[in-house]
Design a protein around this ligand. Structure first.
Ligand code: C2E
Ligand code: MG
Ligand code: MG
Length: 259
């Protein structure tokens, strides 16, 4: 009961969030991932935003933790995947063949999750490897659990699996070694950390990713120097405010029309 009544923000209760999900107030914004060699946007990460009727735009740090604690994260993830998937399918129909990344909480990684997601992506007519599930590693994600099998099943079904927030605390080189993945996302905290230690960790992550033919994305690219550092690490893609913040779908259409 305590979870349902508690909130990290005054005024945000689990009941209110549940109603918001039902009413369609949770929508995806899209942040571009740029190919560092060509300088073009090649994929978009769907980041949820709550379009609150009174409070305006509410950021995920105000509601994802509540959704995780109360089990709403599954419904929230579904509504974001459905809306973002339809948008990207529409862009593909119009010749813009970009990738889509959605965030998936480890608690969503139940055995049926992979088949549901794979079927949904196929029903949209999107080619294999267009959609990637970004999963942040937590101590709960263990190799003996359903979670890893679900990650394997996603990959078997042509859905990419990204290890999100690498270098942010929980993820380590050991966890990379034992997890199935097709992409690694280097956390922005590593980009903000100067010095050879951060460089060595990023270079090691890139080496592990390379040995698996996985893509490497650097997050938190805020300056031209960050672009150079990501390239020096050997990253394939960059994401961050230097390129673009997360924007509504209509703005992506303008961005794609301009390149
Ligand atoms: P994330 O998946 O690591 O997403 C990247 C976050 O970094 C986003 O914050 C993005 O706006 C922010 N960011 C991007 N570029 C820069 C930059 O250059 N500098 C800085 N300082 N920040 C940058 P956002 O949108 O607030 O999302 C926060 C987190 O909430 C996400 O981190 C993700 O873990 C979670 N999240 C968002 N949407 C969903 C969702 O639909 N489902 C789940 N399970 N989690 C979500
Ligand atoms: Mg992410
Ligand atoms: Mg991240």
């Amino acid at each position: 009961m305590e979870d349902r009544a508690s909130s990290t923000t005054p005024g945000t209760s689990a009941d209110e969030l549940e109603r918001a999900v039902r009413r369609g107030e949770l929508v995806p914004y899209f942040q571009a991932e740029y190919d560092l060699a060509s300088g073009r946007p090649v994929a978009f990460e769907a980041l949820s935003r709550w379009l609150h009727p009174e409070r305006g735009l509410v950021m995920p740090d105000r509601f994802i933790a509540i959704a995780e604690r109360t089990g709403l994260i599954g419904d929230l993830g579904r509504t974001i995947l459905v809306q973002a998937g339809r948008r990207v399918a529409d862009w593909h129909r119009r010749g813009r063949r970009v990738g889509l990344a959605v965030n998936v909480s480890p608690s969503q990684l139940r055995p049926e999750f992979a088949s549901t997601m794979v079927q949904f992506v196929r029903a949209l007519g999107l080619p294999e490897w267009t959609v990637t599930a970004e999963i942040t590693e937590t101590p709960a994600l263990s190799e003996t659990c359903d979670e890893v099998e679900t990650m394997q099943a996603l990959i078997a079904g042509g859905v990419g699996v990204s290890v999100d927030d690498f270098g942010s605390g929980f993820t380590s080189l050991e966890s990379l070694e034992r997890l199935p993945f097709t992409e690694v996302k280097i956390d922005r905290s590593l980009m903000r950390r100067p010095g050879p230690e951060a460089d060595a960790l990023a270079l090691d992550a890139v080496a592990v990713a390379r040995s698996r033919q996985a893509v490497v994305v650097a997050e938190g690219i805020e300056t031209a120097q960050d672009v150079d550092r990501a390239k020096a690490w050997g990253c394939d893609r960059g994401q961050g405010f230097f390129f673009s913040a997360a924007v509504p779908a209509e703005d992506v259409e303008r961005l794609l029309a301009a390149v």
